[in-house]
Write a protein of this length. Structure first.
Length: 255
């Protein structure tokens, strides 16, 4: 298990916030009137800088609904290339007051899953409050091979990462290789030093792609999709350290 202490024991609960949402307790609800229960809002997964992820067959993403049948999901693909090569499949709708970013909405993917795709930068959307408020119990950001520290793409994340840290929601990132992942981590350390907590220690992803890709221009450059993964979030500050009471303590000893 690679979860960091801040990922295992968060400030507000003994179990990770998002894990509690994905594995809710039995509500005792049913299909009749007496069985009606208040339902939790869907888990929102924001896939930022989306490229090939947004064009995957929807059956791939529906597996999430099968893994967590008691939860609802809203997948939001955001990025300037999120609709690349899909214009014939889903022509972009015009921007309007009801759809200010021209989002392509697929609301019948699965009874418990909805998918939205927005062709824009996340920091532009964040400033409008389109998805506010954010809740660490229901929201998560996913960055597949973001290239945070790559010289050719790091400038595109300079405005986005501080906004993500403000939400305090978990941020999961992957890398092609260990070097690629460490370069991203170093970049975050330089640009947001002291402003984030590690939720999952960097390491090899057991669910990575099994295919190795070879760079034709450099035979020594070998990589695999989602080879490594790590997670972080905006730093939380504990204002008061809780007092641990021994199990055999006499409560009369305390004021």
């Amino acid at each position: 298990m690679r979860s960091a202490p801040t990922g295992v024991v968060p400030v507000t609960d003994r179990a990770p916030a998002l894990r509690y949402t994905l594995h809710p307790p039995k509500s005792g609800g049913g299909q009749d009137i007496k069985g009606l229960r208040i339902e939790a809002p869907p888990v929102r997964l924001f896939i930022l800088g989306a490229r090939a992820e947004s064009s995957l067959p929807r059956d791939v993403w529906i597996q999430l609904a099968h893994l967590f049948p008691e939860s609802k999901f809203h997948l939001v693909f955001i990025g300037p290339e999120s609709m690349a090569n899909r214009d014939d499949e889903f022509p972009l709708p015009p921007r309007s007051a009801s759809n200010p970013f021209g989002a392509v909405v697929e609301d019948r993917v699965w009874p418990t899953m909805k998918i939205s795709t927005i062709v824009d930068y996340y920091h532009t959307i964040h400033k409008t409050g389109q998805f506010h408020p954010y809740d660490p119990y229901f929201d998560c950001f996913v960055l597949f091979h973001p290239g945070l520290g790559h010289p050719a793409s790091s400038h595109e994340w300079e405005e986005t990462i501080p906004l993500l840290l403000e939400t305090k929601a978990p941020i999961i990132a992957t890398g092609y290789t260990q070097e690629d992942m460490e370069r991203d981590i170093d970049w975050v350390n330089k640009t947001a030093a002291g402003e984030f907590d590690i939720l999952m220690e960097p390491g090899e992803n057991k669910f990575r792609s099994l295919r190795w890709d070879l760079n034709d221009m450099d035979p020594q450059d070998v990589s695999a999709g989602n080879w490594g993964s790590w997670a972080f979030r905006g730093k939380r500050y504990v204002l008061e350290q809780p007092v641990e009471v021994p199990s055999d303590a006499n409560y009369g000893d305390f004021p």
